[in-house]
Design a protein around this ligand. Sequence first.
Ligand SMILES: [Zn+2]
Ligand SMILES: [Zn+2]
Length: 397
Amino acid sequence: MPIDDAPPASTPPQRSTLDKDAVRTRLRERRQRLTPGAQRSEALVARLIERPQWREASNIAAFVGIAGEPATDAVLRAALQDGKTLWLPRVLDAKAGLTQLVQVADLETLVDGSLGLREPPSDAEPAVDRVTPSMALDLILVPGLGFDRTGCRLGHGPGHYDRLLADVRELDAPYRVGLCFSEFLDPLGEALLPTEDHDVPMHAVLTDTQWLHCAPLPPHVIEPASSARAKCRGCGVKIERGALRFGERVDSPYGDGLATFWFHLTCAALRRPEPFDAVLSAYPELVFDNRTALAVHVAQGLAHHRLPRLTRAMLDPSGRARCRHCHEQISRGTWRLSLTIWQDGRFEAMGFLHAACAQTYFECSDPGEFRARIAHGSELDDDALDQAVAALATAPT
Ligand SMILES: [Zn+2]
Ligand SMILES: [Zn+2]
């Protein structure tokens, strides 16, 4: 049973106040203590080559891992075996942080470069010191000392990748994936890595234990349903074609990017006040029938964080259920409220309440609000609704 009675966290994650060099020192020390076995790199490579972003890419820029970084030899071999065009960095000027990308067809031709990592020989062609549209890169794998969950990267310092990534951002392609061992994803714990304006975030970070999608989600939407296929996540009923529906954007639980959860507008206003409020705020001029009324429910749901859990009311049929608030048994034949909580993309049952405990539990005593929510979730006629609301409203608090 989910036990989550805390209000939702309202403070966004904070960036570390440490400067980049201080964090670099810390992460280099962590790297030196780390002796990752080959199987950790293999686990990372196995994750990578089953991703759609890898399978669908025909032009890939990668890198040769150094000590403390995932070994990428298997990635490079897989790219060439799969017939992909492979680009690797060659350092032009180590101090100035100048790097170019060189197309590589044979890994045997790599030589020891100035920074102690293998790289294409200096006579290799074609070599470009910018990432250009003609390279048609689909995917760029990026090393780093550390990455955070927003996709921000901390490099080694001279900025070898900064210019390449700046070009890449201009192009709006390729897909950017940071590679590191799991100790270096969110290496400062809760705090995010320090960043500067020119830093280019990753779309995703891949470690030996997870693929983390970092790109910002597109905004939630309100739109007419283009078909009658989608079921409402709130009530489970199909949303009619042409009816306005609310789409909540989330990271796909399967890690392939984006998923959309669809709701009837009323279901969303009552049950998902935070994302629904975001869409109402984003589109103040969007007009639909009951916008004003729904906005009131949204405001109530935001002000009383447990209120969206109220799903339905019924006369208790068994006398066996216990009240989630006071833990007393609910008498047979008295009003009881069903609670659900949103978890992992669906509403899970979380027990029942006495009518007598409702005002305390929800921190709300507005009969109109109770009535609207019960009416929406229950099949009660007006008389029964009146009785249920009266039981809530007259309850001692
Ligand atoms: Zn619904
Ligand atoms: Zn109770």
